[in-house]
Design a protein around this ligand. Structure first.
Ligand code: ZN
Length: 686
């Protein structure tokens, strides 16, 4: 099945991935939301009926963990952030038709209804699984309450996600060496009964779905590996208080809540429903896109592709909702070539950007067009200046200002003429490019279609030199300026999705009625209205001194935060576990046979991500020892290293390989213990 091109007859709903209500927004976060806003505006410009919705993700352990740190209830904590987000998005002209949150009644009811349906259809079963538990506090440790080692790649990972390594979603019980983030206690695994969704039975459906799916190529290709591999059932319940209750009391599930990734995407539907409740089903009927026929487009960060292309369509399918037509997954935003770090204050905060007095449109333009949507983009004030001064001031602003100023001074507005064939055809091409960009899910191409039209305008006015023609050939001068006014009008229409604020100003400068937000692509070719006065410049150049100041402010802040962190690290040293009062006798110590060893060879073990098979010379013999060093050391560098070995430890088997002894290492980084003079292999440590 292939989809009809946009605009279609059916209503569309464009959604943005829900922000976790647990932190401040920085400009990197805004990329997905700017992308969603641009895309939904562009669909409307094509004449497609569109609702643009999102909401705050209130549940889950990220919120619960941070609320606990602050000593407030998760609801109070999350609502505070929700209110902040709801107020911040419009400041960047990110205008949701509805912005709800997952803890409200609409989402709660809809979520329980959908889970009941999954159950009725036979897609839910119970299973005893091991879940992480704090044995000292006697508390369950779901998801982000534990950290440990990813069983797939060996990286340090959160309980529900390998965020620093392979990026996989982790099921309860999967993480290795779990430790409570609340107490630092090593967690143990306990048997608990949980609810599972039979995703594994939906493999065939999901294969068809992924073939039909449109959007960015990362969202279409990455899930194939998961769908075509061994598809796992999905644990959808958690031992927690904060969340939506698992529906039904008679099945012993009363103290379970739903996993946050069940109710979070359902908010897309709930938020659309709330929009309908506000404007009436005659204006926009939420059931059309979600249940009848319509276009569902999800715009997300690339770290949540799996949730949106495997679990989510599986749920929708069984619950008899429509599947998404497209998923657009954005790359990340870096700052001066490195990642944003909220804990290190390595960020340009949304509020800081606005406090600098820059128009939201400048940032929107930067984020939307600085690279393909799925590519990572780098933000720096230098590059920001370059793009604003080059493309917005130099190309777009320059063209419309000189055109409208000339028109106002000489003709009090648009002269009496008709658009030339050359200019009409060029605008038609720009409309085609714009339409193709929407159908290709390419936000960058949308912007390029408009800026290329402005570049053509500059070339056109330069080539025709109307300032020379006013005396020589007044009729020809009127023609050229009329063309330029038409091009300016077309630019207002085509730039509106990316630069809604500036496009509105330009629309008013052109003396046009109403709002450019209400226009469609065909209006780019409608006759300019006529009279207008001298315009102001749309964009102001950013001076070098300003950029220097901005860079200094940012550097100072990062430095201050980094030195705070060093102090925090110093404190952390004294934070190590207290020394045990449990003394051992010298004889007991003597029982340990510790020897100097020399690593003769090191090689990976097939299937084990962290483990290496070492041959270690310990004097009297050479031992085979398995050690978890692979992620932390270069394998080639290990050969010849002097180490300390526990020689009389009982043998163990790891990944089918016998380990005859243990290598000593310090801390998380597996800093290898060594000797500092010429101790021979086999020398006893005492
Ligand atoms: Zn991993």
């Amino acid at each position: 099945m292939s989809h009809d091109d946009y605009p279609t007859e059916e209503p569309a709903v464009v959604t943005c991935g829900l922000p976790y209500a647990n932190g401040e927004l920085h400009i990197g976060h805004l990329r997905t939301y700017v992308g969603g806003d641009v895309y939904s505006r562009a669909l409307e410009t094509l004449g497609q009926q569109t609702a643009f919705v999102s909401g705050s993700d209130m549940h889950g352990t990220p919120v619960a963990v941070n609320a606990e740190k602050e000593g407030v209830s998760p609801r109070e904590f999350a609502l505070r952030h929700h209110d902040k987000y709801e107020a911040t998005f419009p400041k960047f002209d990110i205008e949701f038709d509805n912005y709800g949150h997952t803890d409200d009644e609409t989402n709660t009811e809809l979520t329980q209804e959908i889970v009941r349906k999954l159950d009725e259809e036979g897609y839910i079963y119970e299973k005893e699984i091991k879940v992480a538990w704090d044995p000292i506090e006697d508390d369950p440790l779901p998801d982000r309450y534990v950290e440990g080692t990813c069983p797939y790649c060996g990286a340090h990972a959160r309980g529900d996600e390998c965020d620093e390594g392979c990026g996989r979603h982790l099921e309860p019980g999967e993480i290795e060496d779990p430790t409570s983030i609340r107490t630092g206690n090593p967690a143990e695994y306990r048997e608990r009964t949980h609810k599972f969704f039979r995703v594994s039975e939906l493999q065939e459906y999901l294969q068809g779905f992924i073939d039909r799916l449109e959007g960015t190529s990362n969202a279409k290709n990455q899930p194939r590996e998961w769908i075509e591999g061994e598809l796992q059932d999905w644990c959808i319940s958690r031992d927690m208080d904060w969340g939506i209750d698992y529906p039904g009391e008679d099945d012993g599930a009363e103290d379970l809540v739903l996993y946050v990734w069940v109710d979070a995407p359902i908010e897309y539907i709930a938020s659309t429903k709330q929009y309908t409740e506000r404007v009436g089903a005659d204006t926009y009927d939420w059931e059309e896109p979600w249940k009848d026929a319509g276009e569902i487009v999800h715009i997300i960060g690339r770290d949540i592709i799996q949730h949106h292309t495997v679990f989510w369509p599986a749920m929708l399918h069984v619950a008899e909702y429509n599947e998404p037509r497209a998923v657009m997954a954005s790359g990340f935003v870096n700052l001066n070539g490195k990642g944003f770090s909220t804990s290190r204050n390595r960020a340009v905060w949304a509020d800081d950007y606005l406090d600098e007095g820059f128009a939201p449109d400048l940032l929107r333009y930067y984020l939307a067009t600085n690279g393909g949507f799925q590519q990572d983009v780098d933000f720096s004030w230098d590059r920001f200046q370059e793009r604003v001064n080059g493309e917005l001031v130099g190309t777009v602003g320059n063209f419309v200002y000189r055109s409208l100023l000339f028109a106002a001074r000489n003709y009090d507005g648009a002269p009496d003429a008709e658009t030339s064939d050359e200019v009409r055809e060029r605008i038609e091409d720009a409309i085609d490019e714009f339409t193709a960009a929407v159908n290709d899910y390419s936000i960058k191409d949308l912007g390029d279609a408009a800026t290329a039209l402005a570049a053509f305008g500059n070339e056109y006015i330069q080539r025709n030199e109307p300032w020379k023609l006013t005396d020589e050939d007044p009729e020809r001068a009127e023609q050229v300026i009329y063309d330029c006014v038409q091009l300016s009008k077309a630019l207002a229409v085509l730039l509106e999705p990316i630069l809604p604020g500036k496009a509105e100003i330009l629309w008013a400068q052109l003396g046009e009625d109403g709002s450019v937000h209400e226009t469609v692509v065909a209006d780019a070719l409608a006759a300019p209205r006529g009279d207008f006065g001298e315009p102001d410049e749309l964009f102001a150049k950013i001076e070098d001194e300003r950029v220097e100041e901005l860079n200094e402010t940012l550097d100072e802040r990062i430095e201050a935060a980094t030195s705070d962190e060093d102090e925090a690290d110093d404190e952390h040293v004294s934070d190590h576990k207290p020394i045990s009062d449990d003394r051992i006798s010298f004889d007991e110590f003597q029982d340990l046979d510790l020897r100097v060893g020399r690593i003769e060879s090191a090689e990976p073990i097939e299937g084990a991500d962290a483990l290496l098979r070492l041959e270690v010379d310990i004097g009297p013999e050479t031992r085979q020892i398995v050690a978890g060093l692979k992620q932390l050391h270069d394998v080639e560098d290990l050969e010849g290293k002097k180490i300390v070995v526990v020689a009389n430890l009982e043998k163990a088997e790891l990944f089918g390989v016998e380990s005859n002894g243990m290598v000593l290492a310090a801390g998380e980084e597996a800093d290898l213990l060594t000797t500092h003079a010429d101790a021979e292999p086999g020398t006893k440590i005492k």
